[in-house]
Design a protein around this ligand. Structure first.
Ligand SMILES: Cc1ncc(C[n+]2csc(CCOP(=O)(O)OP(=O)(O)O)c2C)c(N)n1
Ligand SMILES: [Mg+2]
Length: 561
């Protein structure tokens, strides 16, 4: 609150900068190090979500960044609060998500003595965040926070960490607020687009791959119109499936783990690759095997909002420093060739996608997660948000669920376990009227399972599909592949997750047969409470394509057992 003399303390100035930037939610675990900032929320309209662990709080903020394209905001305390929050910082960095984490800091008068829980945040987050800083003068809060919003959103988006000395937040100053920060578009030049048009006209088998961040509903729509006019096959990158509708005749599948071999082959067979927004990192490039480094053999056009990513790994024949939002708009000006030579390729690519995903594969055991995903894709409204963490369980979802709208998938391209539950809580907080489903593994879920309490506390009826195979299945599969029959540290003895949900005040169902899923899902929806559907699957069902025994047998045969 502003006093008559126009003076505010640092905490109030800080929160007013968030108001000026249209921040809709903040996520936190409280700490004595930033009481003045917390106190300022009393008099402002931004709801504060109190969480159970900073890892969850920062991932919730990251999810808001993914959904809105504007920085998600988290507040954590010094030392252990900040280090607990670091997984969310790493996700925001790898996933190119705008986010700001505010950290309490020891008072200025005791800094550098290694006071209680003191850390040097510039050093600790120097390589993990896009920018890490500390504010010493409350009069400079508007300047630094304004810069943080710009840094988080511009170029390749990413996380910013700002440390707030406790006494700085208490000091009173008279200072004007900053205006709201707007992302600055990087537009392709006319010559870039003319060059691209020429390359497209000369191509026989062009292919478009969509990835990264800085997309919008309008950009996806413009890209779709371009794809239709050119009848060009479009793939999505790892965990970016929401950028193009799966059932569209131009859709050619996604480049993730458990990739359709025909999808990988099609990338190799293309004579022009148009990569928009993504970096074609280790996962989508299938361990950097699909394109030669540094000189791709195929003609390569790379569109990225950060000039530093152009030519970083792959030398582009045409590099375009533009945000997907602006580039997609510029695509509207391109003209297709008189005769489109690749129509058959596009049709074959979509047919391959359909053949790969139409029917669930057969897996051992009475619960087939593929069948469940196929059922869900016929049931859920198009704007439902699906979240996931990391583990083999996510392969079924990526393969058999069908995304059709922008910003409906929240999955860590960084492969961080424990992301799905907090992402679901963040998403449901932002969009209470949309269906939010978290797809989790037994290992994955318990990395942030405590945030189920946050869902209960704020009456957020998210639905968790928890695929329990009694192990860190992904790692077990790698173990069997590299060191067959030498199982170590991958088995898990699990709780009764349905009882866990009930103990927290939600609803829980145990599912041992695929046929029982639909009724349980509907009961969960009707309960209006946060729910866990505990799906007990056969550990042999390690992926839609193979079994543990088959992986072991293949590895043993290769090693001459
Ligand atoms: C934070 C974090 N720790 C460890 C890993 C390594 N890791 C990747 S997948 C996985 C196992 C996931 O187990 P679960 O959630 O049960 O899924 P499953 O593979 O069994 O389907 C592990 C340990 C990781 N990706 N992230
Ligand atoms: Mg598991």
């Amino acid at each position: 609150m502003r006093a008559k003399d126009n003076m505010r303390n640092g905490g109030q100035v800080l929160v007013d900068q968030l108001v000026a930037n249209g921040v809709s939610h903040v996520f936190c675990v409280p700490g004595e190090s930033y009481l003045a900032a917390l106190d300022a929320f009393h008099d402002r309209d931004i709801p504060v979500t109190v969480c159970r662990q900073e890892g969850g709080a920062v991932m919730m903020a990251e999810a808001i960044g993914k959904l809105t394209g504007r920085p998600g905001i988290a507040f954590v305390t010094r030392g252990p609060g900040a280090t607990n929050g670091s997984p969310g910082i790493h996700i925001a960095k790898q996933d190119s998500t705008p986010m700001i984490m505010f950290v309490g800091q020891v008072g200025r008068e005791m800094r550098d003595r290694e006071a209680f829980q003191e850390l040097d945040y510039r050093a600790v987050f120097g390589t993990m965040a896009k920018w890490a800083t500390e504010i010493d003068d409350p009069a400079r809060i508007p300047e630094v926070v304004s810069r943080a919003f710009h840094v988080a959103m511009n170029g390749r988006p990413g996380p910013v960490v700002i440390a707030l000395p406790e006494d700085m937040l208490m000091e009173r100053v008279s200072v004007a607020d900053a205006l709201a920060a707007e992302p600055i578009e990087t537009w392709p030049g006319l010559t870039d687009m003319a060059h691209l048009q020429k390359m497209l006209w000369a191509a026989e088998r062009p292919l478009m791959i969509l990835g990264g961040s800085r997309w919008s509903e309008a950009a996806c729509a413009a890209t779709l119109r371009f794809a239709e006019r050119f009848d060009i096959p479009v793939m999505t990158s790892f965990r970016r499936l929401h950028l193009f509708p799966a059932v569209h005749p131009c859709y050619a599948g996604d480049l993730g783990t458990g990739v359709n071999p025909k999808v990988a082959a099609r990338v190799k067979a293309a004579d022009l690759l148009l990569l928009v927004g993504g970096r074609f990192g280790e996962m989508p490039s299938q361990g950097y095997t699909l394109l030669d480094i540094p000189n791709p053999k195929t003609k390569f056009v790379h569109v990225h909002p950060d000039a530093g990513e152009l030519g970083r790994v792959y030398r582009p024949d045409l590099g375009i420093n533009a945000a997907p939002t602006a580039f997609a708009a510029a695509l509207e000006g391109l003209q297709p060739p008189n005769e489109i030579r690749w129509r058959d390729v596009t049709k074959a690519a979509h047919d391959d996608y359909l053949a790969w995903t139409e029917q669930p594969t057969k897996v051992p055991g009475a619960v087939n997660f593929g069948e469940i995903m196929v059922w869900l894709r016929g049931q859920l409204p198009a704007d439902s948000i699906i979240t996931n963490g990391a583990g083999n369980f996510s392969t079924w979802m990526h393969r058999f669920y069908r995304f059709s709208k922008f910003a409906t998938l929240l999955g860590p391209t960084s492969g961080s376990m424990g992301y799905g539950l907090p992402a679901a809580v963040g998403a449901k907080r932002l969009y209470p009227d949309r269906t939010v489903v978290c797809v989790a593994g037994d290992g994955d879920f318990l990395m942030n399972g405590q945030e189920f309490a946050t869902a209960v506390q704020y009456d957020l009826p998210i639905i968790v599909l928890l695929m329990d195979n009694g192990m860190y299945g992904t790692i077990r599969a790698h173990q069997e592949r590299e060191f067959p029959s030498r199982v170590i540290a991958t088995a898990l003895r699990n709780p009764d997750f349905a009882a866990y949900a009930r103990a927290f005040g939600g609803v829980g169902f145990t599912i041992e047969k695929t046929e029982d899923f639909a009724a349980a899902f509907k009961a969960a929806q009707e309960s209006g409470k946060p729910a866990i559907l505990h799906l007990k699957v056969d550990p042999q069902a390690i992926s839609p394509a193979t079994t543990l025994d088959a992986i072991r047998a293949k590895a043993e045969a290769a090693q001459g057992h």
